[in-house]
Design a protein around this ligand. Structure first.
Ligand SMILES: Cc1cc2nc3c(=O)[nH]c(=O)nc-3n(C[C@H](O)[C@H](O)[C@H](O)COP(=O)(O)O)c2cc1C
Length: 202
């Protein structure tokens, strides 16, 4: 029988996230910051897709997107979400849930303009999630923006923005032998409140 101790310390969950994320950055072949984002429509239908983690710290976890996309509409109607990291090579999962808030315009501008010009153009040209009659229609819009802004930054479209998830639950899952896995859940009712934690049956 394996060691009876949990390998997931009952520490500050942000500090533990930092350790696991650092190990993922060192070991994952690509996109260690990729995470599934779960949102729900106003009538409660869930929907999930991948996004990239672009900021994190004690305030929470930030991603950027088009707020007029399908996810954006769901977020606008229901400012709550769930995030999921799965790092296959580490056999680890982290689940995070909580309310969302929009980042400031200054933060969104700073991140948008930190991206390569082509990425800025690609985002500005995209009516994300809406029907595209043919791929060339999108590429024509890219070309038109390239011609309109031959150099320098592209203005950030107002609907291209970031969201901060302020966690209320963070669960760490680690693979153990014979599927006797290890789970520790951290919870708090509001931001600023101390975290409680418990082990969970796998
Ligand atoms: C690894 C990966 C990372 C992605 N990162 C983002 C992202 O940071 N922001 C984003 O809007 N879409 C991102 N996408 C695309 C989304 O998964 C999705 O296709 C798009 O946002 C439209 O989703 P929606 O129709 O639910 O709004 C990513 C896709 C993959 C596979």
């Amino acid at each position: 029988m394996q060691n009876d101790q949990s390998t997931i310390p009952a520490t500050d969950p942000f500090a533990l996230f930092e350790v696991w994320y650092g190990e993922a950055r060192a070991s994952e072949p690509n996109d260690p910051n990729a995470m599934a984002l779960g949102t729900a429509s106003p009538d409660g239908f869930p929907s999930v897709r991948m996004v990239l983690l672009k900021g994190h710290g004690p305030d929470g976890f930030v991603f950027y997107t088009n707020a007029e996309s399908r996810k954006g509409e769901q977020i606008r109607a229901n400012m709550r979400a769930a995030l999921l990291f799965h790092w296959k090579s580490l056999r680890r999962q982290i689940r995070i849930e909580g309310p969302l808030s929009e980042v400031s315009e200054a933060e969104a501008d700073a991140y948008f303009h930190s991206r390569p010009r082509v990425s800025q153009i690609g985002s500005a040209a995209s009516d994300q999630s809406r029907p595209l009659p043919a791929r060339h229609v999108y590429l024509d819009r890219v070309t038109a923006l390239e011609e309109r802004y031959p150099e320098g930054d592209i203005p950030r479209p107002p609907h291209w923005t970031g969201f901060l998830l302020s966690p209320r639950r963070i669960e760490f899952w680690s693979d153990r032998e014979f599927r006797l896995h290890d789970r520790r859940l951290f919870t708090r009712d509001s931001e600023g409140e101390a975290w409680s934690n418990t082990l969970l049956y796998p």
